[in-house]
Design a protein around this ligand. Structure first.
Ligand code: PMP
Length: 346
């Protein structure tokens, strides 16, 4: 691997990992792009970098400038790290329901955190609207520019995946990829990656795995952005409306994946393959397995391993929390060791 010129250059080129059990169970080759290995620990480092570099090119940010974003956390972490490396400050507006681990990481990156109540998008005080208003007001006093990254509407988000994720998957599979599937937060990953892969291979199958309580399953399966019943503990995914990023995008296969299906996949990946992943990766891998069963054996299917499980220790890996959601608790999380350390001096 060549020397990288700082973290900005170290984003991307993540390993594409064969998921052994998912592959064995379906007869397909299911590959996961290890996005948790990015410097900020998630898939959102890619758009974080792209949105800042493009704003620089447009002259919107000068040294000492300010980056503002509304985010469930990971985009904020990516933005904060890139901003630090490029000489900008960061203000993040985050719903207070997001995991403590992500908020802690943002703070330790030096981002200023504005926690707001989690309200529906239709509410004028939803975090996305609060972030935009905050950026607009700060623009009046900031002399070196304010970038409101605006990941749901900023096409530099999907461009990040068109110029990096897509080409990497194509190269790493040597063009032997039959399908790509992932879940949707902003849709940047699916829109950018599928646009690139379709240019290379017209008939590649593009799938969406949607958690309960979001609208992407109904949008792509039935043409109407209607929320499905229930909810999900997966953070960072679950879009409820059509945004400029996904407008006009077509999807070949859409799956509604419940937490009851996805959470055991997360625990299996950890117990049997040593992959410690967050909730959206479980939705993605479960979706890839459904797609594999639909397509039949022998296909190569790529999905995204979006972030580390440690980011959700207090939820996804917390027996009490899991029980409160009627989700299974893996035995090892409750194990207390009975081993007595064999000290030399007893
Ligand atoms: N998984 C996680 C953990 C995320 O934070 C995000 C982004 N919010 C996604 C998946 C979805 O990515 P995208 O915004 O590109 O749809």
């Amino acid at each position: 691997m060549p020397v990288r010129d700082g973290i900005v250059d170290a984003i991307g080129h993540t390993p594409l990992i064969k998921l052994r059990r998912a592959s064995e169970l379906t007869g397909c080759t299911i590959l996961g792009k290890a996005e948790f290995m990015n410097p900020g620990g998630s898939v959102k480092d890619r758009p974080g970098r792209q949105m800042i570099l493009e704003a620089e090119k447009r002259g919107e940010l000068k040294p000492g400038g300010l980056v503002v974003e509304s985010t469930a956390g990971n985009t904020g972490i990516g933005l904060a790290l890139v901003a630090n490396a490029r000489g900008y400050r960061t203000i993040i507006v985050i719903p207070d329901t997001q995991s403590q681990e992500k908020k802690d990481m943002l703070r330790l990156c030096g981002a200023e955190l504005v926690e707001v109540p989690a309200l529906p998008y239709s509410d004028p005080d939803n975090y996305q609207h609060v972030g935009r208003r905050l950026a607009d007001s700060l623009r009046k006093s900031e002399r070196n520019g304010v970038l409101f990254a605006d990941q749901w509407n900023n096409l530099d988000n999907s461009k990040a995946h068109y110029v990096s994720t897509g080409p990497e998957i194509w190269e790493e599979t040597g063009g032997k990829v039959d399908a790509f599937i992932c879940s949707i937060g902003t849709g940047g990953t699916i829109a950018g990656t599928s646009a690139f892969l379709r240019e290379k291979k017209k008939d590649i199958v593009i799938g969406v795995a949607d958690p309960r309580g979001a609208a992407m399953y109904n949008l792509f399966a039935h043409g109407e952005a209607k929320m499905s019943d229930g909810g999900s503990i997966a953070e960072g995914i679950g879009l409820g409306r059509v945004t400029p990023i996904i407008e006009g995008m077509t999807v070949d296969k859409a799956y509604l994946v419940s937490d009851e299906e996805a959470v055991p996949v997360i625990f299996d990946l950890l117990a049997h393959e040593g992959l410690c992943l967050g909730g959206s990766s479980g939705i993605n891998v479960a979706g890839a397995m459904r797609l594999a069963r639909d397509l039949g054996p022998g296909k190569t299917i790529v999905t995204m391993l979006c972030d580390f499980g440690t980011r959700y220790q207090s939820k996804l890996f917390n027996p009490q929390f899991l029980r409160s959601k009627s989700l299974p608790v893996p035995a090892w999380l409750e194990r207390t060791s009975a081993i007595k350390p064999p000290f030399a001096k007893s």
